[in-house]
Design a protein around this ligand. Structure first.
Ligand code: SME
Length: 162
């Protein structure tokens, strides 16, 4: 299979609609959680500007364990009571953090990170699967439109596993 990601154009919601279509095409016909997390990390990292880390943490029943990602090597295990990732997993609410240095308990894997978006991944049966985590060197890199676009991409990932 060859996959070509076209350049995103138009308004931000239009760009996210294009990226979602690319994500669906990329994941189509494959249910393996590692394969799909790896390819989705690469797609998003290449497609969106101003990111220094994009990837997955999987819930092992106790804590979050790092999965496929793009960026610098990251901390391997995150307890649910630690960090932005733990907060997203524990509350099952997306964490959109404009300044990670102001977030109590933020885990600095890459000192370049200044803002972060973490989307919880919850299966159709309500089980916590993990989180989808994006870091940026820019302060306040993620706005509400980014959050909505990336939540839709995270849903496409969860749906691909079914
Ligand atoms: N900053 C995250 C840890 C994961 S790295 O960003 C890849 C946190 O506070 O949970």
């Amino acid at each position: 299979m060859s996959f070509s990601a076209t350049t995103l154009t138009g308004s931000k919601p239009a760009q996210y609609a294009q990226l979602l279509a690319q994500a669906r095409a990329l994941l189509h016909g494959e249910r393996d959680r590692i394969a799909n997390a790896a390819n989705l990390s690469a797609l998003v990292y290449q497609a969106l500007p101003d990111l220094n880390w994009v990837g997955f943490y999987f819930y092992d029943g106790t804590e979050l364990v790092v999965g496929p990602f793009q960026g610098l090597p990251a901390c391997v295990r995150i307890p649910l009571d630690k960090g932005v990732c733990g907060a997203a997993a524990r509350t099952r609410q997306t964490q959109r953090i404009e300044d990670v240095h102001a977030f109590p308990g933020h885990i600095a894997c890459d000192s370049a990170s200044n803002s972060e978006l973490v989307v919880p991944l919850v299966g159709a049966d309500g089980a916590l699967l993990g989180v989808f985590d994006l870091d940026s060197p820019l302060p306040a890199r993620f706005d509400v439109e980014d959050q909505q676009g990336l939540e839709a991409i995270a849903r496409a990932y969860v749906e691909s596993l079914q």
